[in-house]
Design a protein around this ligand. Structure first.
Ligand code: NOJ
Length: 570
């Protein structure tokens, strides 16, 4: 047991207020010089995370994988890919992180495995009707020769969610489901082996001191018996939105968000609770609205979930306010703390999203429109950070957010590795633009991502990454890195921040209602946050003193446009 776990007065509720750093391992730091980030790289840069002031790290998949989907095609959930290190390296990292006061969450991928996983290889070899095939979703094709796919489901990466296999006799045979790439066959969650194996994986890592798991596609796993067509069901026809539509039945989808999945999470919660201190889960549950998300957070299920409505919201005050209110209401219903997320490894970086003139719902730049104003995006990005860290609950920082990184929008075609690129017929450029390896030192080869003489990083870094290098930002008191460090230090010390409640402040000091472009709220004891999203200066509330602002103030009582202020009352 490591330092964090030995203490008798360990804070069991740490996750209710935690700021969790998403560490995308392949792009964080390359310790061995092969061009891919690794455990040695994390180890070498733990000081960056400690200085930043986060509470925990979530590490994207580091398991043995053919990397058809950047490690989300797992061949062995209880091992470490040799490119990232060894199991002993992983154990040493957990110990070192705990000694540094950081908790570690890993990424659990329960919906699918790699096509190189021994179970899938056995299923291919064993043939139709075999027990080995029962662990997956194999079906005969439709039509006289079985040449038509068994239903109309589509892959999230484009194209059908079915691939036909070649049987041992060399003939085209059965089809199998893959909601993602063909290299990621879906598991059959009605099979006891599948349930038992994932529970073994949980215990394997919990026994090694890991503090919890992020659950990949937590809204999937269970499929409707008979695997029916989606057809014209209402669920998929509804337009995307950021506010729930009360009373609308959104449960009728054959493979997303099925009610039966909650039994799985009840069994996992019992396992997590059997550890001392209890281990925790965060769900990646992409569901139509926050009321459906809250169902994953009932007292005997998962602890927290990523708030994708907040992430998806355009930089528009009325929509952000609706998201915040809906989030707080629905989480209060189940007693779970909300989370506030701006970016992750699947979406365009928020500074680039906020730089678009037309702010509409969407997380990929192709969905957003209008001229691009990067200075405005940067200013809004800084304002958004202080908003997200002031709201009740926990928050996520995606690696590179603290460096103010933009989306790399001009990666060469031949560098792209996201399966979406090829599967969409080279129309969807995918998610590589937010996954480019981090810059650590402006003047070093690969900006210090790898050691001297290392292979080129797995994705090319643009020249402008030099301006975002950790050493450059650390030397600049006005940098976005310093803003994160200041905000996280204040948050850690302030009794009003983290889990809890908030009240909107509706009126400006002169008694007039704040304009529609201002979000202002207070939290007890004595904390006020004002986000000025309008084009006008805004007077700060009477009786407050500025503690931190996302952009410089010309006058300490006035907040300029596109700026968030943290204030002390009294
Ligand atoms: C969600 C992950 O965040 C994404 O990166 C991955 O491609 C899919 N799940 C499939 O595992």
């Amino acid at each position: 047991m490591t330092e964090l776990h030995r203490s008798d007065d360990v804070d069991r509720d740490w996750w209710r207020s935690a700021v969790i750093y998403q560490l995308y391992i392949r792009s964080f730091a390359d310790g061995d010089g092969d061009g891919l980030g690794d455990i040695a790289g994390i180890h070498a840069h733990l000081d960056h995370l400690v200085e930043l002031g986060i509470d925990a790290i979530w590490i994207n998949p580091w398991y043995p994988s053919p990397m058809a989907d950047a490690g989300y095609d797992v061949a062995d959930h209880r091992g470490i890919d040799a490119r990232f290190g060894t199991l002993a390296d992983a154990e040493a990292l957990v110990a070192a992180a705990h000694a540094a006061g950081l908790r570690i969450l890993l990424d659990l991928v329960p919906n699918h495995v790699s096509d190189q996983h021994p179970w899938f290889q056995q299923a291919l070899a064993a043939g139709p009707g075999s027990p080995e095939r029962e662990r997956f979703l194999f079906r005969d094709g439709r039509g006289p020769d079985g040449t038509e796919r068994p239903n109309d489901w589509t892959s999230c990466f484009g194209g059908p969610a079915w691939t036909r296999v070649v049987e041992a006799d060399g003939r085209p045979g059965q089809w199998y489901v893959h909601l993602f790439a063909p290299e990621q066959p879906d598991l059959n969650w009605d099979h006891p082996d599948v349930r038992a194996d994932v529970e073994d994986t949980l215990r394997f890592w919990f026994d090694r001191g890991v503090d919890g798991f992020r659950i990949d596609v937590a809204h999937s796993l269970i499929k409707e018996p008979g695997l029916p067509d989606i057809g014209a069901r209402a669920w998929d026809k509804q337009p995307p939105r950021v506010a729930p539509i009360p009373g609308v039945n959104q449960t009728d989808h054959p493979h997303w968000d099925r009610d039966e999945v909650h039994d799985v999470y009840r069994s996992w919660r019992a396992i997590a609770d059997s550890y001392d201190p209890p281990r925790v889960f965060v769900a990646e549950a992409v569901v139509p609205d926050v009321s459906r998300m809250a169902r994953y957070l009932r007292a005997d299920e998962l602890h927290t979930a990523f708030n994708f409505d907040f992430l998806k919201s355009p930089w528009r005050p009325e929509l952000l306010r609706t998201v915040i209110e809906d989030t707080l209401r629905e989480h209060a219903e189940v007693g779970a703390p909300p989370t506030w997320v701006l970016s992750n490894h699947d979406v365009a970086r928020h500074v680039s999203r906020y730089a678009r003139a037309v702010q509409v719902l969407g997380v990929n730049l192709s969905e957003l429109q209008g001229p691009v104003d990067l200075e405005l995006g940067r200013r809004r990005g800084r304002a958004a950070v202080l908003l997200s860290l002031a709201l009740p609950g926990g928050a996520y920082v995606y690696q590179g957010d603290e460096l103010g990184l933009l989306e790399v929008e001009d990666l060469p075609d031949d560098a792209l590795q996201d399966p979406s690129w090829e599967r969409s017929g080279r129309t969807d450029r995918g998610r590589d633009g937010c996954r480019v390896p981090l810059p650590w030192r402006a003047a070093a080869p690969s900006f210090g991502f790898g050691p001297a003489g290392a292979a080129a990083p797995w994705l090319p870094q643009p020249d402008w990454f030099a301006e975002h290098a950790v050493d450059v930002l650390a030397a600049d008191p006005s940098s976005v890195l310093q803003l994160y460090r200041d905000a996280l230090a204040i948050r850690r010390a302030h009794p009003a921040l983290g889990d809890g409640t908030m009240r909107w402040i509706e009126r400006a000091p002169d008694g007039a209602a704040y304009g529609a472009g201002v979000l202002a709220f207070e939290r007890d004891p004595g904390f006020v946050c004002v986000v000025n999203m309008s084009a006008e200066d805004v007077a700060l509330p009477a009786g407050t003193t500025l503690v931190l602002a996302s952009s410089p103030l010309a006058d300490p009582t006035t907040l300029p446009p596109e700026t968030t202020g943290w204030l002390r009352r009294g």
